[in-house]
Design a protein around this ligand. Structure first.
Ligand SMILES: *[C@@H]1O[C@H](CO)[C@@H](O)[C@H](O)[C@H]1NC(C)=O
Ligand SMILES: *[C@@H]1O[C@H](CO)[C@@H](O)[C@H](O)[C@H]1NC(C)=O
Ligand SMILES: *[C@@H]1O[C@H](CO)[C@@H](O)[C@H](O)[C@H]1NC(C)=O
Ligand SMILES: *[C@@H]1O[C@H](CO)[C@@H](O)[C@H](O)[C@H]1NC(C)=O
Length: 612
């Protein structure tokens, strides 16, 4: 207790110091930034400039930076790595910021370790033909290694029989993460599920664990008390806890009479109900499938959906390396499938048709930055075989590049590296691919499109989106080339203030009641001047980082307007951010199979026909 109080005092002192420091820092940087704008813009309106947040300053050091950005000419930089690291060195000032995005420090530190591992692996790789990321793995022991992480729809299926020990019974299923760069500490538990068949309250309790934060908040099913009231919160449209399972905890005295005989009758009725509704029972075999969705892990038992668990920060499905099972259970089999398969480079006969074509022009028409994660091999391949085959892309007028952070798994990084060398369309980011860092990719796309592959327009999209490049180009011809934001625009939207929501934004992050206009993330296009403003603004740290990438773009564009620039917001309802419609210019949430199907439809029918 005493120790704890001491700690609190030190902590508050530290906070006071930090606050004071950043206040000083912000007042000085505000004046410098205003001065910059006064002199540069033709018609600046400084009174219009609203500064939402204290500006950050450059950090003098950040663990891992030295390794990620070695002096040029040192050991490995001479490898054929350059084409996939064009933006890499430019990213340094955006990482070492006092106002960096959450998890930047971890993302950088772990990336440094991942790069060390990768370079060592490149040196001693014996058999480059070995197939290293298989579609499925199985086993019967208590541990199953997942070689290349999970992707969307990856699943692990367990068959087992709960057993009783000393009258109680509980077993645990865990998905273990990777701890690259974290030394000797235990790896994080991305997902933990404890199924307890104890006494009269069987329950499934789910959580996550990391060395720094230990256990998070427990999510129980059936839920009780106030947690039960949250049951309207859904993950991928699925309830967090199956309601039917919830029936099993109806309090005994709800039905009135307290007669002893009746109580006994009721109890037996109740256990009968339990055995119907609780999916696990001692002595009864079950099949449980745990699968990765877009927003969380879902568990179904004997074919019925039971629980959903939203991914927690930095505990994302791609980082899973192992399935562990323990406790009072006879485990009969464990199978993981739907795992990411790396392309077998030797079997791809038409590499030349899929490779990024050389860029011959000094200024291209458009750069398309596709956000992708290391082990999404299949999605990248589907894009190369579908809309990246548009004539405008093959001729080099439009360049398409994948922006991919490092993975925490050596094998995935190795495959990614090889893929980058073969296709020449991957830009590696100097951080581990945490979702909370995607806004850094937006800046990276702007850097590539202004400083390295200068383009008139810059588009951002995702690796599960189909983009009709020809339609985008003809729309752009009518749209002017300055101050442009083109896409599906949200003109009036409010920050989400519900803490449990995926899009939660605290008043510290965004104090206003509403957001400026922004375009939905699956696809939007900006003009070159906007990209230049963004790169410069971040260089000077006069623009704020914001974790929602697409809203961030809207915020920056509004700042651009405050310099006196007129903004041309063009809304296009044919950008479908929740699926596909038959007039689509952009269709989101398309699996690799659907991406290929859409392309085939366009070739055959010459019209945009959806595939599902
Ligand atoms: C690399 O090192 C060599 C010899 O030390 C030097 O001549 C060359 O200019 C260096 N290149 C770069 C890019 O620094
Ligand atoms: C699982 O839950 C039961 C009942 O709540 C508890 O007694 C047990 O300690 C838990 N086991 C683990 C490993 O969390
Ligand atoms: C039954 O109801 C009473 C009063 O409404 C309450 O205090 C009690 O906790 C309930 N549960 C049981 C199991 O008696
Ligand atoms: C941007 O700024 C200009 C000049 O301050 C103003 O006239 C205009 O209404 C603003 N908004 C847009 C969307 O251009």
């Amino acid at each position: 207790m005493k120790k704890w109080t001491g700690g609190t005092v030190i902590l508050s002192l530290a906070l006071v110091l930090i606050l004071r420091y950043s206040l000083l820092q912000s007042s000085s940087s505000t004046t410098t930034a205003t001065a910059t704008f006064d002199t540069s813009a033709a018609a600046p309106k400084p009174h219009l400039r609203r500064i939402h947040r204290r500006r950050g300053h450059l950090l003098s050091s950040l663990s891992g930076l030295g390794d990620l950005f070695p002096p040029p000419n040192s050991t490995h930089e001479t490898r054929s790595s350059l084409s996939s690291k064009l933006v890499w060195a430019h990213m340094r000032p955006f990482l070492a910021r006092s106002d960096a995005l959450a998890a930047t420090a971890e993302g950088v530190r772990e990336a440094a370790a991942a790069v060390r591992e990768l370079l060592a692996a490149l040196d001693d790789e014996v058999d480059p033909k070995k197939r290293n990321c298989p579609f499925s793995v199985d086993g019967a022991g208590s541990s199953l290694q997942i070689p290349c992480g999970f992707v969307e729809d990856s699943a692990v299926t367990l068959v087992g029989v709960p057993i009783a020990r000393n009258g109680s019974s509980a077993f645990q299923i865990e998905l273990i993460g990777s701890n690259v760069g974290s030394g000797d500490v235990d790896p994080p538990i991305v997902f933990h599920c404890n199924v307890s068949l104890d006494g009269d309250g069987p329950v499934i309790a789910e959580n996550s664990w990391t060395a720094e934060r230990e256990w998070g908040e427990w999510e129980r099913c059936p839920a009780s008390g106030s947690a039960a009231a949250d049951s309207n919160i859904k993950v991928d449209g699925l309830v967090r806890c199956n309601e039917q399972l919830g029936e099993s905890v109806v309090p005994e005295n709800l039905t009135g009479s307290r007669d002893d005989d009746q109580k006994i009758v009721k109890r037996s009725k109740r256990s009968a109900r339990l055995s119907v509704n609780f999916p696990f029972m001692e002595g009864h075999p079950f099949t449980a499938t745990l699968w990765a969705g877009v927003e969380g892990f879902h568990m179904s038992v004997n074919g019925r959906h039971e629980t959903s668990f939203a991914y927690r920060e930095r505990l994302e499905p791609w980082s899973v390396t192992e399935v562990r099972v323990a406790g009072d259970l006879d485990l009969l089999s464990t199978v993981a499938n739907g795992l990411p398969v790396s392309g077998d480079l030797d079997l791809v006969g038409d590499v030349e048709l899929l490779k990024a074509p050389p860029i011959l022009k000094r200024r291209i028409l458009m750069l398309v930055g596709v956000f992708s994660t290391g082990n999404n091999f299949k999605r990248r391949m589907a894009l190369r075989r579908s809309w990246m085959q548009y004539e405008a892309v093959r001729s080099g007028d439009v360049a398409v590049r994948f922006f991919t952070g490092l993975h925490k798994n050596k094998q995935v990084n190795l495959e990614l590296w090889k893929e980058a060398q073969v296709y020449g369309d991957i830009q590696l980011m100097p951080f581990v691919d945490y979702y909370s860092l995607i806004t850094l990719k937006t800046i990276a796309v702007c850097i590539l499109g202004t400083r390295i592959l200068p383009a008139k327009y810059i588009m951002k999209t995702d690796d599960d989106a189909f983009v009709r490049i020809d339609e985008v180009i003809s729309s752009l011809k009518r749209s002017g080339s300055n101050g442009l934001l083109y896409g599906l625009i949200a003109f009036e939207s409010l920050p989400e203030r519900d803490k449990d929501n995926k899009w939660f934004i605290s008043p510290e992050e965004w104090p206003d009641d509403s957001y400026p206009p922004w375009a939905h993330g699956p696809g939007y296009i900006i003009s070159r001047d906007v990209a230049k403003f963004i790169v410069q603004g971040h260089q000077e740290r006069s623009l704020q980082l914001f974790k929602l990438e697409d809203v961030a773009m809207g915020i920056w564009i509004q700042e651009y307007n405050y310099t006196g620039q007129a903004i041309n917001y063009i809304n296009d309802d044919r950008f479908h951010n929740t699926g596909c419609e038959s007039d689509y210019v952009l269709a989101h949430y398309q699996s690799p199979r659907l991406l290929l199907c859409l392309w085939e439809m366009l070739q055959r029918e010459h019209q945009p026909i959806c595939c599902e």
